[in-house]
Design a protein around this ligand. Structure first.
Ligand code: BMA
Length: 362
């Protein structure tokens, strides 16, 4: 990054809030400041659902596959609140929201950082995020009719949850919130083929406004399209600097790309483009989702991931989940995994930041 920060400490040690939420809480402003300050030190390692399940375990306490391999928790924990909107007690991957709340608070107290994505159900068809059978869901939400009312009730459920993320002393835990992700693809109802550029931006802004107007001030907004190599493509549906704080993207390696040629090319193109935009707009950047399902390349960490991310001012890299109920659906190693020793090498590289590395920074 470029030495940017969202908080300027003036002579009276007051903080100036440069976040998109002009009423962001002090802890939220400070988290962004802390992320800015960590950029020169390295890249935070993140893992989705890391402390609630992993390879052949689910629901244990104080556990994480990554910790069992390298001795420390990820610095960033990823969570998904899909199904919170419809009032279910568990998310779409059966993580209970009670447990998620506890884990978010615990991780915050141990100095870690939490990010939340949202695989929202389709408010028109009542099916899941991937239901694209109705083409105008976003427009229906924005229509002012019954769907808008229903969707605002979804946002109300999220509001209650975000506000409930409190430590014993009443501090509300700051969250890197990443809604409506991968929207430049068309696999979710908020995707490219299912709404105009203006409708997507309007959905994002409506959501941001709704939360800020309803007293949710612990969110840092993270924008994360899928692969978009050009500035024009990346910014086509960008809701604006006043609505976004961190610029990310989701890119995966796939089985057909065994040598990682395409993955490396895509990552490089996206990292270059997004680092330029981030510098121009004084934003942080992150790799908001990545990985190689089941990590069939035993040296993937040091041969593929490190070399591609290290030249860029990346705040954090989030690896997707290690499903306990889908044998090949894992993106981080566990004890006995073929990439275990390479991950240990990766974790000991100078620019890697895990939980303990950032705890002292808090
Ligand atoms: C996908 C897969 C699914 C999961 C969804 C939401 O990438 O991991 O199994 O339900 O994310 O977490």
């Amino acid at each position: 990054m470029t030495g940017c920060s969202s908080v300027i400490h003036d002579k009276n040690t007051q903080t100036t809030n440069l976040l998109s939420d002009k009423k962001a809480s002090v802890e939220t402003i400070e988290l962004y400041q802390r992320l800015s300050e960590l950029i020169p030190k390295g890249i935070l390692f993140g893992h989705q659902d890391a402390t609630v399940y992993g390879n052949q375990w689910v629901g244990d306490s104080d556990r994480s596959d990554v910790k069992e391999v390298c001795g420390d928790y990820p610095a960033v924990l990823g969570w998904d609140i899909g199904h919170l909107e419809i009032g279910k007690p568990t998310n779409l991957d059966e993580v209970s929201f009670e447990r998620m709340r506890r884990e978010i608070i615990t991780h915050h107290k141990r100095g870690g950082i939490n990010t939340v994505s949202w695989h929202s159900n389709n408010p028109v068809t009542f099916s899941d995020s991937w239901d694209v059978s109705h083409k105008y869901v976003v427009d229906s939400i924005l229509s002012g009719a019954s769907c808008e009312k229903r969707f605002k009730a979804y946002l109300d459920n999220l509001t209650v949850f975000f506000k409930s993320l409190q430590t014993e002393d009443g501090t509300v835990v700051p969250i890197l919130f990443r809604p409506y992700h991968e929207h430049t693809g068309s696999w979710f109802w908020w995707g490219k083929d299912h709404c105009s550029e203006d409708s997507y931006k309007a959905l994002w802004r409506m959501t941001h406004d709704y939360f800020t107007e309803n007293g949710v001030h612990n969110l840092i907004y993270v924008y994360s399209p899928s692969f978009e190599p050009t500035k024009e493509g990346y910014l086509e549906r960008y809701p604006g600097d006043d609505y976004v704080d961190i610029l990310g993207f989701d890119i995966y390696q796939y089985e057909y790309d065994k040598e990682a040629v395409q993955y490396t090319e895509m990552m490089n193109a996206a990292l270059k483009t997004v680092s330029e935009i981030a510098s121009e707009r004084n934003k942080l950047m992150a790799v908001t989702e990545t990985g190689y399902e089941s990590i069939p390349d035993s040296t993937w960490w040091t041969n593929v991931l490190s070399p591609v991310i290290d030249p860029y001012p990346v705040s954090y890299v989030l690896l997707w989940r290690n499903a306990h109920d889908k044998p090949n659906h894992h993106y981080a190693p566990y004890p006995g995994h073929p990439s275990e020793s390479d991950f240990k090498r990766f974790a000991s590289q100078p620019r890697r930041l895990f939980n303990a590395d950032i705890h002292a920074e808090k």
